[in-house]
Design a protein around this ligand. Structure first.
Ligand SMILES: [Ca+2]
Ligand SMILES: [Ca+2]
Length: 272
């Protein structure tokens, strides 16, 4: 059974013209065209409140967005739901689908749909796994296509893929070995270095290095430079083995690297 809305003049109002902009009374015709129905074939005339769009003559409109600025969108690299500002909302008719196109090679890996046609509010989702480490941003154009084939204005979407702290820092070397002379204070004995594969400084910069055993006579600074805090003695301890870790700026910790420090005995000239 098909429901038809008519004006007083009995002119039929297209389905696309029905929207929530303005309310007025219309006649509702219920023609019993379905063969399975048992109603008499006469038309049923009712007066019902109906919702009619004030923009029915202008076609589909992407509401609340400035086409010169476009939409800004953000999605975490391990999530599907895209947060779009302003919200994508279509007025002026019912939407059949959205078309997303890009001037750049490759498909646009996103999908836009309206869960509830009467609201006109759309949702954007990622159609594939996103990887900030491979691609941080997308730029594409969006249009809404109505059931009647009418097309909205073209609006650009600027989308950023938000980083997630998936990677821990890794040291460039599994171990470091260095010789030092006893009885000396060094500015730098050795510099260790770790790197991190995440795609933003927040999660990939190394914010801190740490010697796991705090009772060793050495310190390490934020650049990974290790120095002794007191002169070393070959007789007391000819070798030190330090376990050093690195933290990214999201405080994700690396596996330790080993720093072997060999103390050289210094010979002194003297009378025998
Ligand atoms: Ca990281
Ligand atoms: Ca990441």
């Amino acid at each position: 059974m098909r429901i038809v809305f008519v004006e007083k003049s009995r002119a039929i109002i297209p389905e696309l013209a029905l929207h929530h902009q303005r309310v007025r009374k219309l006649r509702l015709l219920l023609p019993c065209t379905d063969d399975n129905m048992t109603f008499p074939s006469a038309l049923l005339l009712l007066m019902v409140p109906c919702i009619v769009s004030a923009t029915q003559t202008t076609g589909l409109i992407l509401e609340g967005v400035d086409p010169a600025i476009g939409y800004h969108a953000i999605v975490k690299e391990n999530e599907k739901t895209v947060e779009v500002t302003p919200e994508i909302k279509v007025v002026g008719g019912l939407v059949s689908k959205f078309r997303l196109t890009s001037k750049y090679p490759g498909e646009v890996p996103f999908r836009v749909f309206i869960p509830d046609r009467t609201s006109g509010a759309a949702i954007m989702v990622a159609a594939m796994e996103l990887d900030c480490e491979k691609r941080k941003s997308y730029k594409f154009d969006l249009v809404a296509i109505g059931l009647s084939g009418k097309i909205s204005d073209n609006v650009t979407v600027h989308l950023s893929v938000e980083d997630v702290n998936e990677f821990a820092p890794k040291f460039l070397q599994n171990s470091y070995t260095v010789d030092v002379d006893e009885e000396r204070l060094y500015d730098t004995i050795v510099q260790v270095e770790a790197r991190d594969d995440d795609c933003t400084p927040k999660y990939s910069d190394i914010c801190k290095y740490e010697i796991l055993d705090p009772h060793q006579p050495f310190t390490i600074n934020f650049e990974g430079r290790i120095k002794n805090t007191e002169p070393l003695s070959w007789e007391q301890n000819p070798t030190y083995v330090l376990s050093v870790v690195a933290y990214d700026c999201g405080m994700k910790r690396s596996e330790p690297t080993t720093v072997n420090i060999k103390v050289n005995k210094v010979c002194h000239l003297g009378w025998k």
